[in-house]
Design a protein around this ligand. Structure first.
Ligand SMILES: Nc1ncnc2c1ncn2[C@@H]1O[C@H](COP(=O)(O)OP(=O)(O)OP(=O)(O)O)[C@@H](O)[C@H]1O
Ligand SMILES: [Mg+2]
Length: 344
């Protein structure tokens, strides 16, 4: 990495940075500000990756006299893990292992009776791969229901109708707020605001920002790209610099998405990448991916996981929008799948 003499302050280019000013989205802002946590209704914020869902949830969902629990379900993927986390946030008490789900539920009910709670379940799709449906059913019927509101955030589903049972869907009563992809101009403005905070004056050509903004609508990818460009450029960042760093920027964005997951998720992704590169064809099949994954495990002296676990991991990579999977049923091999990488 080159010396960081272009970077004045790296923070505004980090994924965790909360911007003071938000670009665009007046409609979304007014929909969010109308939300009343004591209305007994819930919210679903949905839209593709990098459209500001998490950022807006953090900005606008601070209510007086209300406790907000934020949980990212790519890290806490089961009902039990989420309940445990909710309990810890509400009580500031660590809780050991070995409790029953119903124990945790009872303890939480005792707490939610006292003060209104807003529970934000970000990346809820990962929870729904497991027993998230049961958790949502339980929460939608919890005692003191009027004291608990749910804000669910999804990058894959614009409605929960197909994702949960009918009885859960009807008792959830969610208002949906769509996050449409940003256009080039908005991404440009968003990058410019951050660049002004993060970079020294005169360190960026306007065309460099234009190049990023016309290539991706995903604000998170765009900000990773700008940071990689700033870290790897000595003089002024030009359009050529940005273009030549595209692959590295995507790699860092992927690392960021995979960060809450295990080493084995990274190995599966690496296996798909390698096969994709070698084959020069669009799709690879799951058998080949599993074989390559096992080879990689051997090379890194890791014990490989079962085919079944790797199948689950593929579903998670799909929810991260890193791969597309096509399912074919029937035929000689029963169920088969073809996988392709989603390009930058
Ligand atoms: N309207 C906006 N104004 C300023 N910054 C924004 C805006 N929208 C998004 N960003 C920035 O873009 C990045 C991505 O936003 P965010 O993580 O909220 O998107 P997301 O929709 O939650 O993405 P994902 O689905 O991948 O979790 C963040 O760094 C955020 O600060
Ligand atoms: Mg998010």
């Amino acid at each position: 990495m080159a010396s960081n003499n272009l970077l004045r302050d790296p923070d505004p280019l980090k994924p965790s940075y909360l911007p003071e000013t938000l670009v665009d989205r007046e409609n979304t802002v007014s929909q969010l500000s109308e939300f009343d946590p004591s209305s007994g209704r819930n919210l679903l914020l949905h839209g593709p990756r990098g459209t500001g869902k998490t950022t807006f949830a953090h900005h606008f969902l601070q209510f007086d006299d209300t406790t907000t629990c934020y949980i990212s379900c790519d890290q806490f993927t089961t009902q039990y893990q989420v309940l445990k986390q909710v309990y810890q946030i509400l009580t500031h008490e660590e809780i050991g292992t070995g409790h029953h789900t119903s124990d945790l539920q009872r303890k939480i009910e005792e707490r939610t009776g006292q003060r209104p709670v807003v529970l934000i379940l970000d990346e809820v799709d990962f929870l729904l791969l497991n027993d998230g449906g049961s958790l949502l059913y339980y929460l939608s019927r919890i005692e003191n229901r009027e004291n608990l509101s749910l804000i669910l955030i999804s990058s894959n589903h614009s409605s929960l109708k197909e994702q949960v049972e009918e009885r859960t869907y009807s008792s959830l009563q969610t208002n949906r707020i769509p996050f449409e992809p940003y256009d080039g101009e908005t991404v440009y403005q968003l990058l410019k605001n951050r660049a002004e905070k993060a970079l020294r004056p005169q360190s960026l050509h306007r065309e460099a920002l234009g190049y990023i903004a016309s290539t991706t609508q995903n604000a998170s990818q765009a900000l990773h790209w700008l940071r990689v460009a700033a870290e790897n450029t000595e003089q002024r960042i030009t359009e050529e610099d940005v273009a030549s760093l595209k692959d590295q920027a995507y790699r860092e964005y992927v690392d960021h998405l995979l960060q809450p997951f295990t080493e084995h998720h990274r190995l599966v992704y690496q296996a798909i990448e390698e096969l994709d590169e070698e084959n020069k064809v669009d799709t690879v099949n799951t058998g080949a991916v599993y074989q390559r994954y096992q080879d990689l495990c051997q090379a890194y002296e890791e014990e490989s996981l079962s085919n079944r676990r790797i199948s689950d991991y593929l579903k998670q990579l799909e929810l991260l929008n890193l791969i597309n999977v096509k399912y074919y049923y029937g035929g000689q091999n029963g169920k088969t799948r073809e996988i392709n990488l989603i390009p930058f």
